[in-house]
Design a protein around this ligand. Structure first.
Ligand SMILES: [Zn+2]
Length: 85
């Protein structure tokens, strides 16, 4: 998936509330196991790194490492600029 396209999907999911705001919590990285990324909806295959983040409310989000970076950046940007949220 193209990076801009992926960013757009993450942004839409975030704005719709489907994807919660990121907050630092426990995170585990590992090899992809064919599960679906909660950020972009694509499968995380074995060539990718999957990242599992446990949010303070106990919710777990599975994502590509690249999606996690986009998601974290988006949340930080929104916190600094209320117009975006
Ligand atoms: Zn993803």
């Amino acid at each position: 998936m193209h990076r801009d396209q992926r960013r757009q999907i993450i942004r839409q999911r975030y704005l719709s509330g489907e994807l919660p705001p990121y907050s630092p919590g426990k995170a585990f990285g590992g090899m992809g196991a064919g599960r679906v990324c909660d950020c972009c909806g694509d499968v995380i295959d074995q060539r990718d790194i999957e990242y599992e983040i446990e949010l303070p409310d106990g919710r777990q989000v599975l994502s590509h490492i690249g999606c996690w970076l986009e998601w974290a950046a988006l949340t930080q940007h929104a916190a600094q600029d209320p117009d975006v949220a």
